[in-house]
Design a protein around this ligand. Structure first.
Ligand code: FAD
Length: 349
């Protein structure tokens, strides 16, 4: 392992700001992560664990140690109930892992194709797309406590998953490193799969249905679903190599039915998705931001994507502070117009 000083993070996060880490080290195995924790007891300075850097915004140089988690490894065991348990090291690239599963016909993750980042970060905000959230497929998460170096395996229930949320964003925030994630995938090739009575694929999301129809595929195989998801994403989402971004900057707000009813009186076209649990309703943040006139806004190199108002963009030399200022202005205008508080999805440092 190499501890380097004054390392540029520009190529290590998808917003692409020119920021520096005072110290930087890459941990390529689980034991290297654990070794670093021993030093942690001695060195008292801020510490930041980085995966693919696709959900972070740096507003300044980082004055402590950035540890990039790059540990690799995948192992799988078949169960006797039509599933396969796949255990994956935190540093594996997410989409390469999805491809790995699709190649073997193991279903569950195909709708989450092409999401940037690492396996270790996936449980943190319970990544989701095209009608699937990763919580539906996670069996357990192996973590190590940053202060005691003790390891613990959390069950799915102990992860307290919610919409773009988990225990790792709440009580365990900054306290643990995710070392390994175990997924429970369906294996329709196993004879015991018939006993599960489960459909092999999740095809209810309208965009996915339309894409498969446009590909003239009526009975999709797992590779077709991955291909359809990749096509939609390539069309809809800005390429981070062309314009720096971190995907959706804000979460879709979840409100109570009473608030929806009163908003509907003023904004009859307000789109909404009921049944988010406990009588709550999800509102598309993109619509709210668009209604406030932000779509396509640009101030210098900081802007709002012209097709995806949820995505804030660094067109070249925007600073993290400029992106954050823009985010705050958007949140303020949405609050003023709709009385709804937007919450950031991206982790700001
Ligand atoms: C173009 C684009 C599209 C996206 N689309 C989606 C989408 O469809 N759905 C979705 O849910 N998200 C999406 N995202 C967000 C992002 O891809 C996910 O949040 C992803 O899981 C982040 O992974 P990462 O490895 O890059 O995490 P990072 O950005 O490196 O880290 C994110 C946070 O997790 C912490 N962290 C990282 N690894 C560990 C670890 N092993 N242990 C403890 N803490 C850790 C970091 O300290 C940081 O706080 C998108 C992002 C981009 C740029």
């Amino acid at each position: 392992m190499h501890l380097d000083q004054k390392v540029s993070l520009k190529a290590l996060h998808t917003f692409g700001m020119e920021v520096e880490a005072r110290y930087f080290v890459e941990a390529k195995t689980q034991s290297e992560v654990l070794t670093l924790l021993n030093y942690r007891q001695m060195i008292h300075m801020p510490i930041l664990f980085l995966g693919g850097g696709s959900n972070v915004l740096f507003t300044r140089d980082f004055s402590g140690i950035v540890i990039k988690i790059s540990a690799k490894g995948i192992s799988a065991v078949e169960t006797d109930d039509g599933h396969v348990l796949v255990s994956v090291e935190a540093g594996e690239n997410w989409d390469e892992f999805v491809q790995y599963c699709v190649n073997r016909g193991w279903s569950g993750l195909e709708n989450l194709s092409l999401i940037p980042g690492t396996v270790g970060a996936a449980p943190i905000q319970n990544i989701g797309a095209y009608g699937v959230e990763v919580k539906e497929i996670i069996e357990s998460v192996l973590v190590v406590d940053i202060n005691t170096a003790k390891q613990r395996r959390l069950t799915n229930a102990e992860c307290s998953f919610g919409y773009r949320d988990s225990v790792f964003k709440n009580t365990l925030k900054g306290k643990v490193i995710i070392l390994n994630v175990t997924f429970k995938l369906l294996n329709p090739n196993l004879p015991t799969y018939q006993l599960t009575n489960l459909p092999p694929y999740q095809l209810h999301y309208p965009d996915l249905q339309h894409e498969l129809a446009s590909m003239s595929i009526a009975a999709p195989a797992i590779a077709d679903i991955r291909e359809a998801v990749c096509r939609i994403r390539r069309r809809k989402l800005p390429d981070t190599f062309v314009a720096g971004n971190a995907g959706s900057f804000f979460k879709n707000p979840v409100i109570m039915k009473e608030q929806l009813d009163s908003l509907k009186a003023t904004f009859p076209d307000l789109p909404h998705f009921p049944n988010q649990g406990k009588g709550t309703i999800k509102i598309p943040a993109a619509w709210l931001i668009d209604q406030c006139g932000w779509k396509g806004y640009r101030n210098g190199d900081a802007g709002v994507h012209p097709n995806q108002p949820l995505v804030l963009v660094n067109y070249g030399n925007a600073t993290g502070r400029q992106i954050l200022d823009l985010a705050n202005q958007i949140m303020e205008s949405v609050k003023q117009k709709f009385g709804i508080l937007l919450e950031m999805e991206v982790n700001v440092f």
